[in-house]
Design a protein around this ligand. Structure first.
Ligand code: TNX
Length: 525
């Protein structure tokens, strides 16, 4: 019997007997762990309604765990000594959770949250005896969130952070700028928010995060050991910049109709103009300090339609140098590998569609035959990006469209007819639908050798998302599948076993009032 925990722990055994938690139970912890313990108690109440109002039954201890291998890859907070490995034991004598750092204890208590949720009835949790030793496979486990195509209010972002936390994901990559809007304050460039932030896709409302709102989000995430990594997408996807400061844009701003109601914007920042670089410096000077917990700044670099390769490389190299001058490291979408990189740079691999082998891979989306020539060319070039990154010594964040683009439509039907209507309109048709089972039927080390992986990150793009519940419907349960791939080892996961563990998640989602796909393929509890 596997424990009802997602992501699957590295090692878990079950024993005899039980231990019962009630409202008179609570956590005994040394002073360094008091904040972590308090957050655990608050989370359990939100997950289950059970208020652990006492102080005994659960013991949290600072001691090392070395029975499982340490994580590989990079951490967004730059820490090399961080350790998330933990142990958890439930016996008739009580519950003990241990690990070497507050972060590791937080991860261990998160597994305990899930065990409590799976066993709680009428305010009492009867936990079966079990012993877990666990730790993540990859150090960087993230979600890239598009806050441009639809603006998500800070409260909604906090809900997403809570979801990441429940699945031990530790990076929130905020895609803060794009053609349809600019979402971060730059005091020296007020028009970015006064003009650039208005509007989103279609007639959806725009918006932006004030410096205070971002500080609050970064702190809320940090309390849960989640690093917020900012992305300023350049030199393409900058129509919102040109709306605010037309002098930075091309003479004529062209768009191409995509046929799905959306437009491709042609027009990029020009690396040959001095005012481009004053602008980029103004932006970096304002944005970098707003994300103190991240040692990385994401510079985008993707889809620079109509720009020459030389100009693109010149832009990326200079923008990257400006990021490094500010003491930060560079991340960019895979196209940045066409420029000269530093081995400490990180390249986010997303375009795994092979235009020359269309239809041969049953897992991958099949691009339509009538693809625009500009897209065909982009897909042809993209094949060489990951090898170029690796040749330069850069590591990859694995975000393949096929497995980790959460804006693929859901293939599983919903048991709820109202939700079925939303499901049918959500996700980009272009990608084809993918099932939850499909979502866990791959392994990051089959994409690129494990030593070359910096991290594993899903992306949720919001072209089809019109509300918070749309967003959540695409994220849940896929976020748990992401965690299973990024945290668990290959051998611990298969669909029947995962589906059983997944079924136990729904009471928490219900109690938290999160929207999730009520797939008919899962026997929800
Ligand atoms: C590609 S992924 C984009 C986004 C779109 C997304 C839709 C990437 C770096 N660029 O601008 O929203 O496809 O899935």
């Amino acid at each position: 019997m596997s424990l009802p925990v997602i992501p699957a722990p590295a090692a878990a055994t079950t024993g005899d007997g039980t231990f019962t938690l009630t409202t008179s139970s609570g956590v005994t912890a040394p002073p360094e762990l008091e904040a972590v313990a308090a957050r655990f108690v608050a989370a359990v109440e939100l997950d289950t309604g059970l208020a652990l109002a006492g102080s005994t039954g659960i013991t949290a201890e600072l001691r090392p765990v070395d029975d499982v291998p340490p994580a590989t890859g990079l951490r967004a907070d730059g820490s090399v000594s961080a350790d998330e490995r933990y142990g958890l034991e439930v016996s008739e004598a009580g519950v003990v959770v241990w690990g070497p750092t507050p972060e590791s204890l937080h991860r261990g208590l998160t597994s305990l949250r899930q065990l409590i949720s799976a066993h709680v009835h009428d305010g009492t949790a009867v936990l079966p005896a079990a012993r877990v030793v666990d730790g993540p496979r990859f150090a960087w486990r993230g979600l890239s969130l598009d806050v441009v195509r639809t603006f998500h209010e800070p409260d909604e972002v906090r809900r997403i952070i809570d979801m990441l936390d429940l699945y031990k994901l530790n990076v929130l990559h905020l895609h803060l700028t794009d053609d349809q809007g600019w979402r971060v304050e730059v005091p020296s460039r007020p028009l970015l928010t006064e003009v650039g932030a208005t509007g989103a896709i279609g007639d959806r409302p725009g918006g932006y995060y004030t410096q205070q709102e971002l500080a609050d989000l970064v702190a809320y995430a940090a309390d849960r050991f989640i690093t917020v990594v900012p992305e300023i997408d350049m030199p393409g996807h900058t129509a919102a910049v040109f709306k605010a400061y037309p002098e930075l844009g091309p003479q004529e701003q062209r768009t191409i109709e995509l046929g799905n109601g959306d437009k491709l914007h042609l027009g990029t920042l020009d690396p040959g103009r001095d005012e481009t670089w004053t602008f980029v410096e103004d932006v970096l000077d304002a944005v970098v300090p707003q994300f103190p917990s991240s040692v990385y700044v994401h510079i985008g670099g993707d889809e620079t339609w109509g720009m020459s390769d030389e100009d693109h490389a010149a832009f990326v190299e200079k923008a990257a140098a400006l990021v490094r001058e500010r003491g930060k490291r560079v991340v960019g979408w895979q196209e940045i590998a066409r420029a000269k990189l530093d081995p400490a740079d990180v390249v986010q691999y997303w375009l795994d569609l092979d235009i020359d082998k269309m239809g041969e891979n049953p897992d991958a989306p099949t691009p339509p035959e009538d693809l625009l020539p500009v897209l065909v060319e982009a897909l042809r070039k993209a094949k060489h990006d990951a090898p170029k990154a690796l040749e330069q010594g850069a590591k990859l964040i694995v975000s393949p469209v096929t497995w980790l683009y959460f804006d693929r439509p859901h293939a599983d039907t919903s048991a709820d007819p109202e939700q079925e209507k939303a499901r049918e309109r959500l996700g980009l048709e272009f990608y084809g639908a993918a099932s939850l089972e499909h979502g866990i039927s791959w392994d990051p080390a089959d994409i690129v050798a494990a030593e070359q992986i910096a991290g594993v990150e899903a992306a949720i793009w919001c072209e089809t998302v019109t509300s918070s519940s749309d967003l959540e419907l695409l994220l849940l349960p896929r976020l748990s599948g992401l965690a299973e791939k990024a945290w668990s080892h290959r051998t611990t996961t298969n669909w029947p076993n995962y589906a059983t563990r997944l079924a136990h998640q729904s009471p928490t989602w219900h109690n938290r009032d999160w929207t999730w796909l009520k797939s008919v393929e899962v026997n929800w509890s």
